[in-house]
Write a protein that binds this ligand. Structure first.
Ligand code: 5AD
Ligand code: SF4
Length: 446
């Protein structure tokens, strides 16, 4: 018996990459690989990269530099470490990666993952390759399903990929390609399989998930609302979430589903990016600040306890002090449960990258600090509002202290509590006893 070959997969960036890494892991496992938690001694290392902000590509090159010594150690033992770069940097840079770092054997874009095992086999035979095609077939159809019991009661499921919105700062339409939706039948099949493996909560993923318009089943409605309502009928599935949404695609049925479908959790990630209409226009967002505020009012009208999350970019080219103040004003009006905020980072090939009026770094930092201070205040206020509340928690894992368990509230907050036995994978009722900025502490409710 020879030992199984070992593969290490490192994921950067968004949840879609986490999902893709799991699927690549399952494909490699079907090809005889054991998936390991560290690169040391691995026969294959896959870096699943992100290109959305900052010097993402640079990070990948320095990681590859660090892997050089591990690869040399492996060679000294008479073995071989194959290096693969996957994800959005692979898509954006393509063959350039191998010119800059000849150690790399395989470059594979996000739409070609089903070809990874074959590419790895060829690389092991001394034949490196680059594949950044956008094939028309659904890569997920060609990736084997994972049949192992789930390690976690929560799982991601990609239902939509790519984006046709072309916000002027964003690389996604270029790295992930045009918007495509998977058929409902496949999604349902995959969701049922996840539940069969012990999953209790599924988060539907897509760069523009609420634009989902895949082939329907006969017994369901249209759009993401119809898909969520259909999935909610799966017995044993307790909770549904979805991310990320564009304000333009929040249709009436999806909003109504938030009121009518108890399994749909009261949490919505709905990025606005900025609060100034001038900036929103320059970003090509196709909505105004007012459109967004009215939309949030409508959703809260049907689901008053909704926790709202968002994304913001400060220092978009041409952003004035007044524009930035408009962002702060929008945040004050909307009130977020939590949010992500970033300094604008010019992405090569996107329309905004070459605009003249780039905002100086120091000013961006100052604006980011002010925005984050406000968002943190709002997050604390939201957390504090949980004190004394009774809620259901989906238990995920043991906590750091003996006897402690950690789960998630309906609003996605981590909740710590003491439990007499391991309640992993169950919904338990707790009462919140104290709150912190990022988590809650509770005791089991009687
Ligand atoms: N610079 C800064 N932030 C960006 N994002 C996307 N592109 C850029 C960029 N060029 C942010 C947006 C998006 C989130 C995923 O990343 O806020 O919603
Ligand atoms: Fe990027 Fe805009 Fe598409 Fe979101 S909606 S992925 S920010 S282009």
């Amino acid at each position: 018996m020879t030992e199984p070959k070992r593969a290490f997969i490192k994921s950067y960036g968004c949840q879609m990459n986490v999902y893709d890494s799991e699927r690549m892991g399952a494909a490699l496992a079907a090809d005889g690989y054991e998936i390991v938690d560290a690169p040391d001694g691995a026969d294959l290392v896959v870096l699943n990269t992100c290109h959305i902000r900052e010097k993402a590509a640079e990070k990948v090159y320095s990681e590859l530099g660090r892997l050089r010594s591990l690869r040399e150690a492996k060679e000294a033992e008479g073995g071989r470490m194959t290096l693969a770069v996957a994800g959005c940097v692979a898509q954006a840079e393509g063959a350039e990666i191998r010119s800059r770092q000849p150690l790399v054997d395989v470059v594979v874009g996000p739409q070609a993952y089903h070809r990874l095992p074959g590419m790895v086999r060829r690389a092991e035979a001394g034949q490196p390759s680059v594949d950044t095609d956008f094939p028309t077939e659904d890569k997920f159809e060609h990736l084997p399903a994972d049949r192992r019991p789930a390690r976690n009661p929560t799982a991601f499921l990609t239902v939509q990929e790519g984006c046709d919105k072309f916000c002027s700062f964003c690389v996604v339409p270029y790295t992930r390609g045009a918007e495509t939706s998977r058929p409902a039948a496949r999604i349902l099949q995959e969701a049922e399989a996840l539940v069969g493996r012990g999953v209790r909560e599924i988060t539907l993923l897509g760069q523009n998930v609420n634009a989902w318009h895949g082939e329907r089943l006969p017994d369901m409605g249209t759009g993401l609302g119809g898909l969520l309502r259909r999935l909610a009928r799966i017995e044993g599935l307790e909770r549904l979430r979805y991310t990320t949404s564009h304000p333009r695609d929040m249709d009436d049925d999806l909003i109504a589903a938030h009121a009518e479908e108890p399994k749909l959790m009261p949490y919505l990630h709905l990025p606005v990016q900025a609060g100034s209409d001038r900036v929103l226009k320059a970003m090509n967002r196709r909505h105004t600040a007012e459109d967004y505020i009215r939309l949030v009012e409508r959703i809260r009208g049907v689901r008053p306890d909704l926790a709202l999350s968002g994304d913001f970019i400060v220092g978009f080219p041409g952003e004035t002090d007044a524009d930035f103040e408009a962002t702060l004003a929008l945040v004050r009006e909307v009130r977020y449960a939590q949010a992500y905020s970033f300094k604008y980072s010019p992405r090569p090939g996107t329309p905004a990258a070459d605009r003249a009026a780039q905002v100086p770094e120091a000013l961006m930092s100052e604006r980011l600090t002010r925005l984050q201070t406000l968002l943190t205040e709002q997050q604390r206020a939201f957390q504090a509002s949980m004190l004394g509340q009774r809620m259901q928690v989906l238990v995920e894992k043991p906590g750091r202290h003996p006897g402690q368990m950690v789960g998630r509230s309906p609003w996605l907050q981590p909740v710590h509590f003491d439990a007499p036995h391991d309640t992993r994978g169950h919904l338990v009722a707790v009462e919140i006893e104290s709150t912190a900025t990022n988590s809650l502490s509770a005791r089991l409710a009687a």
